[in-house]
Design a protein around this ligand. Structure first.
Ligand SMILES: Cc1ncc(C[n+]2csc(CCOP(=O)(O)OP(=O)(O)O)c2C)c(N)n1
Ligand SMILES: [Mg+2]
Length: 432
């Protein structure tokens, strides 16, 4: 009988049947967590090549982990960015403010003031140290977990809350999911819910900057899970081919909602190692070490600005909390993971460093925590005057049909009228 190939396994002598590997995370709920398999090199031991080096000179750094803060909270090694205490305190404050903001917005969601929120707990150093290393007018192409960049650039908190509440003062008119900010004047490209689309956009922006003979660079962020998207690879190819002035950041926080990093390829190679395949520079960084993140971000920014090419930076970190307010991580991972994470907490580490320098104290830290909590509370109260979810104080309903076409086409005009009519029939008490 002719073999169609569709039936039972074909027998070819003693060849083993083919099989697939389906990744499985090490720890599930209830498991005891032991991270001793993770190689964590001592701080300060990583060589720092010149920013304009050959991309191949960074190969070793793609498998290593750039670390500056040591176990005694001192800054050590060639990557120490030697920041002055004032800058360190500014970064610490932005990190604390971001965490306080996240905590309050999370509670706001639980209180029904917004439908959705996403925290970046444990990942604050990545966005905030990067923002401090970039120029103020460099364009960032963020994912939804880089609110620290807006906060570092002093974007008004009240505007963030207005967006989260989708209220009548939301400058995005309620058209974006809460936390999907857009602030061109703060060098913060519109966040898209379609993962990884910001990567090719960043490359296009960077290429345009170069074509115009400008000096501004692009800095793009993606989660490790999203790096499995095709857009990631298209962006890398374009950037490598045209030597675009762009820095690619992969935030490897181990999880993509309930999928672990293995499904994006983490079992085979580091994410930074992908740089080698494209012939661009790659760095792998302790993402919970604000000084290491700063040093790597500055190295890559200087490299891009010197026309020496793009860099891929993997920030090795841990998503300390749920993916979003719609998630319950206790359903799929061990709660011990956060406690056992070997790279600690980024705010705690920077605080201890400043204390070790004699430039900070626990009392000052406690005082700062109170201040940032007050600042967030004041912004929330102010934003609440413009409305919260379900209180009807949003942009007029009909505006959702506007701003796409210069003139509303007839079929959308009809749809708008129908939608408004139906809404008035169903909810006569609601305003247009
Ligand atoms: C193209 C696309 N696929 C899937 C989703 C659904 N989704 C939203 S967030 C997310 C996880 C992303 O994980 P990761 O990239 O690691 O970022 P993290 O949330 O950890 O910061 C998924 C699958 C989406 N928004 N867009
Ligand atoms: Mg992730």
């Amino acid at each position: 009988m002719a073999d169609s190939g569709a039936g039972p396994a074909r027998n070819r002598g003693n060849l083993p049947p083919l099989s697939l590997h389906v990744p499985e995370p090490r720890f599930r709920p209830g498991d005891r967590v032991d991270y001793s398999h993770l190689p964590i090199p001592p701080a300060g031991e990583q060589a720092r090549p010149d920013e304009t080096c050959d991309a191949s000179d960074t190969r070793g750094l793609c498998d290593d982990l750039i670390r500056v803060l040591d176990d005694d909270h001192r800054a050590v090694g060639a990557w120490d960015p030697k920041l002055d205490p004032e800058t360190l305190r500014r970064m610490l404050r932005s990190m604390a403010l971001t965490r306080a903001f996240d905590d309050r917005m999370y509670r706001g969601q639980r209180q029904g003031k917004t439908s959705f929120y996403m925290k970046c707990t444990g990942e604050e150093a990545i966005s905030i140290a990067t923002a401090h290393a970039l120029a103020r007018d460099d364009m960032v192409f963020p994912s939804y977990r880089q609110q620290g960049i807006l906060i570092s650039r002093d974007f008004p908190l009240v505007e963030m809350v207005n967006q989260i509440y989708s209220n009548r003062a939301d400058r995005l008119k309620g058209r974006q999911l809460p936390v999907m900010y857009s602030a061109r004047d703060y060098g913060f490209f519109s966040i898209s819910g379609n993962l990884a689309t910001q990567y090719p956009q960043a490359v296009g922006w960077a290429m345009a900057s170069a074509i115009k003979g400008d000096t501004r660079i692009a800095s793009a962020f993606v989660g490790e899970g999203s790096s499995a998207e095709g857009d990631f690879h298209a962006a890398m190819t374009f950037a490598a081919v045209y030597n675009a002035p762009v820095v690619f950041n992969i935030v490897n926080n181990q999880w993509a909602i309930s999928s672990f990093s293995g499904f994006a390829g983490a079992e085979r190679a580091t994410f930074a190692a992908r740089a080698a395949g494209y012939g661009i520079a790659g760095l792998r960084v302790d993402g919970n070490d604000a000084l290491a993140v700063y040093a790597a971000a500055l190295w890559a920014a200087d490299r891009a600005r010197a026309n020496a090419g793009p860099t891929l930076i993997e920030h090795f970190t841990y998503r300390a909390e749920g993916h979003s307010t719609s998630d319950d991580p206790s359903a799929y991972r061990s709660v011990q993971e956060r406690e056992e994470w070997p790279l600690g907490d980024p705010i705690d580490r920077l605080m201890r460093h400043l204390i070790a320098l004699g430039e900070w104290s626990s009392e000052q830290h406690a005082e700062m925590d109170l201040q940032v909590a007050e600042e967030v509370k004041a912004a929330t109260k102010q934003a609440e005057k413009n409305g919260i979810l379900g209180h009807g104080m949003h942009h007029p309903f009909h505006t959702m049909f506007e701003d796409v076409f210069e003139e509303l086409p007839w079929h959308l005009q009809e749809q708008a009228e129908q939608a408004i009519r139906e809404r008035q029939t169903k909810f006569p008490e609601w305003k247009a």
